[in-house]
Design a binder for this molecule. Structure first.
Ligand SMILES: NC(=O)c1ccc[n+]([C@@H]2O[C@H](COP(=O)([O-])OP(=O)(O)OC[C@H]3O[C@@H](n4cnc5c(N)ncnc54)[C@H](O)[C@@H]3O)[C@@H](O)[C@H]2O)c1
Length: 335
């Protein structure tokens, strides 16, 4: 069996390659070809282990992702979220690889947003506004920059230092001008955010917020909005105004979004939207069963909650490329 660390996973695939794998995973899911049983949570006194198995037979990808979320780890100087992905051989069942999966998750979430951007973001988009400056925000920007020529990005975080760190790191990594700012409640913070949104071609929300992170009324025609932070009914990043007014609304998984996304469930519970609010899944766009943006005036939304088919397709690509590049450590489990 192969063992791959985070830096192996990072070196093994480019974002452009991860976007291709995400397309395959999303298409397999929407075509009903991926077997993705419901995620099993196991609660402990200190946190939760989330066990997410799945199979995409056509990609030769079978496995499980285990994500642990232990809030108390902060006081121990440990990450709150840790994860491992195991892939098995589809013919023999043997374990093939175990890889670090916190970065894998960020990679596939950014890649799925890259797929959304291909279909929903204007070709002449140059300016992005990002809310949240954490792990997901980084790969969100990478996913967008892989498919559109982004020249400038504003990043707003409630923690101004996190936004500064993001800017320093990402500006050198991808050569985009990045302007950091605080997402606060002062008049000057609000003015800076409003000015950035007026310039934005793309807005990305990748926060842990329970309330909307910007005023949807400020979004100009032609803008695309991606929201990937809210994954529970009590979380919300996109306000109801925006969700109601968008011309197109796509999800990674309709079932998952209607089960988990506060961005949809909160307006649904108020009766201001109905279930026909969602126009389709990204897999429908990849398969050509639905059409994405058709003009430069449409406001579009992509809401992602994550799904095992993305993990499987991306992990299989990482494994295949790691084998080719002779990366990682081989362990004989039967020795
Ligand atoms: N959709 C998916 O597939 C998917 C995948 C992985 C993670 N997530 C979710 O995405 C979110 C972000 O994950 P992460 O790993 O980047 O977390 P993180 O903790 O590394 O970063 C989140 C950042 O958001 C900031 N923030 C919180 N509220 C804010 C607000 N109102 N405005 C601006 N910034 C704000 C925090 O200060 C923090 O810097 C989490 O909720 C996570 O569970 C979703």
């Amino acid at each position: 069996m192969l063992l791959l660390t985070r830096s192996d996973v990072k070196r093994a695939v480019t974002m452009a390659e991860a976007i291709e794998a995400a397309e395959a995973g999303l298409a397999a899911y929407s075509a009903g070809e991926a077997k993705v049983p419901v995620r099993t949570p196991v609660n402990t006194a200190g946190g939760v282990g989330l066990f997410m198995p799945g199979l995409i037979e056509s990609r030769g990808a079978m496995g499980i992702k285990i994500v642990s979320v232990f809030a108390g780890n902060v006081s121990r100087g440990l990450p709150t979220v840790t994860a491992l992905m195991v892939l098995n051989d589809v013919e023999t069942g043997e374990p093939l690889v175990a890889m670090e999966a916190a970065y894998l998750t960020a990679l596939r979430t950014g890649a799925a947003a890259g797929v959304a951007a291909k279909h929903l973001v204007r070709h002449n988009a140059r300016t992005a506004v990002i809310f949240g400056a954490g792990a997901q925000a980084r790969t969100q920007l990478l996913g967008l920059a892989a498919v559109r020529e982004i020249e400038k990005a504003y990043v707003f975080d409630t923690n101004a230092e996190a936004a500064e760190r993001f800017s320093a790191e990402m500006a050198t990594q991808i050569g985009v001008m990045i302007v950091p700012g605080r997402s606060g409640s002062s008049a000057s913070d609000a003015d800076r955010i409003a000015a950035a949104i007026a310039e934005a071609d793309v807005i990305i929300a990748a926060t842990t917020s329970k309330t909307p992170v910007f005023d949807g009324r400020l979004v100009k025609p032609g803008t695309h909005v991606t929201g990937i932070g809210s994954y529970a009914p009590d979380m919300q990043e996109l306000d109801e105004n925006l969700v109601m007014r968008a011309d197109l609304f796509f999800c990674d998984t309709k079932e998952g979004a209607w089960a988990e996304a506060g961005d949809l469930l909160k307006p649904l519970s108020k009766g201001v939207i109905a279930r026909d609010r969602v126009n389709g899944e990204l897999g429908d766009l990849v398969l050509g069963r639905r059409t994405g943006r058709t003009n430069d005036q449409q406001v579009t939304i992509y809401k992602g909650v994550g799904l095992a088919a993305l993990d499987l397709a991306t992990a299989k690509l990482v494994y295949d490329k790691a084998i080719k590049q002779e990366m990682g450590i081989r362990v004989d489990m039967l020795s």
